[in-house]
Design a binder for this molecule. Structure first.
Ligand SMILES: CC(C)(COP(=O)(O)OP(=O)(O)OC[C@H]1O[C@@H](n2cnc3c(N)ncnc32)[C@H](O)[C@@H]1OP(=O)(O)O)[C@@H](O)C(=O)NCCC(=O)NCCS
Length: 430
């Protein structure tokens, strides 16, 4: 049987610290209000050159260093984020390129603040199923770029950063023992960015109403979070076959200190068993759990065989939990680290060379087949399925449209008798 162990961990937080007092200069709030209601004292905000990908890469390199591994060993890269660099390509692909992970698959995962635990679950399952042996799971966020800095209900809560873990397969029992993934889409509008997707693209009108920034019903989200923190923690402990007092460390999503305190109280667990760093970073969404886990490991709080429970919750609504047994660290030697750095340098050169090659190829060869000419303008597009309530091929009045056979110019042939671009491309491929 295969087990998925966490063998490396790393984090990156921007240098720039923004205190509550600083925020109070731009919105009507105070250090006292923010500390009392959330436990947050300050947060990190990305500078112009810090992005979701750059922070993810830095955290990933940290995790690979701790494990003494290199990018070329990776089979899979999962980046959990709500603030990807682009809608596509995925941020995970940018990480893959930077790490020189030539054998890895890479994708982004959208489950908001639960994203890291979702990713951990998928990564561990891939290892247990034998389809991967070395998986990088990253949570990275630049929430400062999607926050409305004039909305005191939300802007005081969030921060930027990234955390990563490396999962590796082993026959040694331990590692990720059980996971739990849940969702309730009926609460989607409680925490949402309404514009910027396919339903409502970003328009000047949407921007004027701040619909491209985070909108939140704080009280409802608070109620939901308090409920699922307790329920998911109990469920995952039961699934792992443990009792609550056997857990050595709880690493909860850092959204609000009051939510964590309530969970500790209702579970009957001392608060010092919950790792809390919300005071320094605020809510970093998918990055919060891996940042907290990395800090706990770096500060020596975690020893081999320690039992750890992670619980995340957030937009969707989603929530997720994982129970794991901490493993032995295998820190990289100085020479291994130097070799890895060289590897990342080579990856960067290779990436540039590939881009250059594509440009040269495009200049030299242009189209796939020089005989291919762009097709002339087509006839007006056919009715789309479902428009006017009609089926494809039927008009609104229910009568059949002329079949392609009765059409004077079949679609696959252009006006001058040459095959259209689509069919010619198919021919070229075959
Ligand atoms: C947002 C949150 C901190 C607000 O705390 P709360 O105790 O619920 O506060 P309320 O919403 O009841 O608001 C109380 C008052 O404070 C005001 N207020 C809100 N933000 C404020 C701020 N930053 N500074 C000062 N006052 C503020 C409100 O306008 C309200 O004023 P009113 O009574 O005159 O209307 C809390 O609801 C919360 O943490 N929710 C969960 C958020 C979360 O975790 N989101 C991410 C999930 S992953």
């Amino acid at each position: 049987m295969r087990y998925a162990h966490i063998t490396g961990w790393g984090k990156y937080v921007p240098q720039r610290v923004v205190t509550n007092d600083e925020l109070a200069q731009t919105v009507e709030t105070s250090d006292g209000w923010i500390r009392d209601r959330t436990g947050i004292a300050e947060r990190r905000i990305a500078g112009p050159s810090e992005t979701t990908a750059s922070m993810a890469i830095a955290a990933a390199i940290g995790a690979l260093d701790v494990a003494g591994a290199s990018g070329s060993q990776l089979d899979l890269i999962i980046v959990a984020t709500t603030t990807p660099e682009h809608l596509f390509p995925s941020t995970a692909c940018l990480v893959q390129d930077a790490l020189g992970a030539a054998r890895a698959g890479a994708f982004d995962l959208s489950a908001a603040c639960s994203g890291f635990v979702y990713g951990l679950s998928l990564g561990a399952d891939a290892i247990k199923a034998g389809s991967a042996n070395t998986v990088l799971v990253i949570g990275s966020e630049t929430l400062s770029r999607i926050v409305n800095w004039k909305d005191r209900n939300t802007c005081v809560l969030f921060g930027d950063g990234a955390g990563a873990v490396l999962l590796q397969g082993s026959d040694q029992p331990g590692g990720i023992l059980s996971t739990l993934l849940r969702a309730d889409g009926s609460g989607g509008e409680l925490l949402i960015i309404p514009a910027g997707g396919s339903r409502q693209p970003v328009t000047p009108e949407a921007i004027a109403q701040n619909l491209h920034t985070i909108q939140m019903n704080g009280r409802e989200v608070f109620r939901f979070a308090s409920r699922v923190m307790d329920r998911a923690t109990r469920e995952i402990i039961y699934k792992a076959g443990w009792t609550t007092d056997q857990v050595d460390l709880f690493v909860p999503h850092q959204a609000n200190l009051r939510i964590i305190e309530m969970a500790a109280r209702s579970l009957g667990v001392p608060l010092d068993k919950f790792y809390c760093n919300i005071a320094r970073y605020g809510n970093t969404s998918a990055a919060s759990i891996p940042i907290a886990l990395t800090e706990a490991a770096e500060s020596g709080l975690l020893r081999p065989k320690d039992r750890v429970v992670m619980v995340g919750f957030g937009a969707g609504l989603t929530w997720a939990a994982a129970a794991l047994e901490w493993g032995e660290p295998h820190p990289a030697s100085r020479s291994q680290k130097t070799l890895s750095r060289l590897g990342y340098g080579v990856a960067s050169v290779r990436s540039r060379a590939r881009r250059l090659f594509r440009r040269v190829e495009d200049r030299l060869f242009g189209t796939l087949d020089p005989t291919l000419q762009p097709a002339p303008a087509r006839e007006p597009a056919r009715e789309l399925p479902g428009r006017n309530g009609s089926e494809p091929g039927r008009r609104g009045d229910g009568k059949r449209e002329p079949t392609p056979a009765s059409d004077p110019k079949p679609e696959s042939v252009t006006a001058n008798g040459t095959p259209s671009d689509q069919s010619a491309l198919e021919e070229a491929r075959s």
